[in-house]
Design a protein around this ligand. Structure first.
Ligand code: MN
Length: 131
């Protein structure tokens, strides 16, 4: 039984693999999208409880993905966490102003990643009850 669904929009397979292994240890179902447009499509299909969003993506960057997700009434309440190595000037603010709820820096640290993600996952909110 899954605790919920996490959509990870990420073009780097190694990052996806690491995150999927970490999330599966906590019984989350993970859905992978490899570019921005596929991310929007899979968000609509999979009804995720949380979206992890790379910023440097093919087709459509993560800022645009966040803006489109936030403008969709079906998706505008799903937490979005930017996951990116763009730790340069103003990047965090740009992600937040595009509609992201939080920000995790790459490289992903397996020792702290789950604690960071768990702050946004639905088990912290007992009113949500998914498959
Ligand atoms: Mn990328």
């Amino acid at each position: 039984m899954s605790k919920g669904t996490v959509l990870y929009i990420e073009d780097n397979e190694q990052n996806y693999y690491l995150v999927s292994v970490l999330l599966k240890t906590q019984d989350y179902r993970i859905v992978w999208a490899q570019d921005g447009r596929e991310g929007i499509e899979k968000a609509l299909e999979s009804n995720p409880d949380l979206i992890l969003l790379d910023i440097q993506l093919p087709v459509m960057d993560g800022y645009e993905v966040a803006r489109q997700l936030r403008s969709n009434p079906e998706l505008n309440k799903v937490p979005i966490i930017a996951v990116t190595s763009y730790a340069m000037s103003g990047d965090r603010e740009k992600a937040l102003s595009a509609g992201c709820n939080g920000y995790i820096e790459k490289p992903i640290d397996p020792d702290t990643f789950l604690a960071q993600v768990n702050k946004y996952l639905p088990h912290t909110n007992p009113s949500r009850n998914k498959e």
